[in-house]
Design a protein around this ligand. Structure first.
Ligand SMILES: [Ca+2]
Ligand SMILES: [Ca+2]
Length: 261
């Protein structure tokens, strides 16, 4: 059963499945199985899912002070094994935007932490240092859908600024691997223009799509892995995610590689 499910997810269509089957919710993080691992992305206007999107934004205080339950996680129906669980791991401490970057060292860690809970699940909080914190698991419906909005609370002193939260998703189904890291830039007061700048910085510096082997570095090994996947006509080499494997994918990869290296 598990094997069959994974096998079905290996079909090229699953990468680019048009979402006739799903009512995805605007702005949510889309969760799917791509090949043999979880993947996150965002729905495009044409209804396909762009798995290069790994940076998301949210603002505290739109309904309650220091709180937001956006962005949610949304898979659409039939995207995940029914009855399985999807959980998250917070990969590191928060970082505070300094106007030009999110410092990687611990000097960039603010006094604030973000607490995550969903009804009776949690709470868990971002760590004070870069020791990962395993969060809670959420159950996939009998229809194979996960749609949840965990609540995020910015803890005292809850000062203004842009906070970088880094996490990954895992599945209770063993053959399904962990997602690549993804990021949420939370805004406490301040301007959405500055938030967009911060998100762009994360896209360029932390979430480069040319990091093909997802080890956080963009180097020649990514090129080798991409070239190998391309030669083997693997779905992952459909770099511009248009459902075709062609020279444009190669060009796009080389372009992204040059941009991030
Ligand atoms: Ca890499
Ligand atoms: Ca393509």
């Amino acid at each position: 059963m598990k094997t069959l499910w994974i096998a079905a997810s290996l079909l090229p269509l699953s990468v680019l499945a048009p979402d006739a089957r799903a009512q995805l919710h605007d702005g949510d993080i889309v969760v799917r199985v791509v090949r043999d691992h979880l993947a996150v992305g965002a729905e495009r206007e044409d209804g396909q899912v762009d798995f290069h999107v790994r940076v998301f934004g949210a603002a505290f205080g739109e309904q309650f002070a220091d709180f937001t339950n956006e962005p949610g996680l949304d898979s659409g129906e039939g995207a995940l094994p029914p009855g399985s669980e999807v959980g998250f791991t917070i990969r590191r401490a928060l970082r505070l935007w300094d106007g030009a970057r999110f410092p990687s060292g611990l000097e960039g860690v603010p006094a604030e932490r973000i607490q995550v809970r969903l009804g009776p699940l949690g709470p868990v909080a971002t760590p004070p240092d870069d020791t990962p914190v395993v969060g809670f698991a959420m159950t996939v419906s009998a229809l194979g859908e996960l749609h949840q909005h965990p609540g995020y609370t910015l803890l005292a002193p809850a000062g203004p600024g842009l906070y970088l939260y880094e996490c990954e998703l895992w599945s209770s189904e063993e053959p399904i691997g962990v997602s690549r890291p993804f990021w949420i830039v939370f805004r406490q007061l301040g301007s959405s223009e500055e938030q967009e700048r911060a998100m762009e910085w994360v896209r360029t510096h932390l979430a480069c799509p040319a990091d093909f082997n997802a080890d956080g570095q963009v180097d020649f090994f990514d090129y080798l892995d991409f070239a190998g996947a391309f030669a083997a006509e693997e779905t992952a080499a459909d770099f511009n995610a248009d459902g075709q494997l062609d020279f444009f994918d190669y060009l796009d990869f080389v372009g992204a590689f040059a941009e991030c290296e």
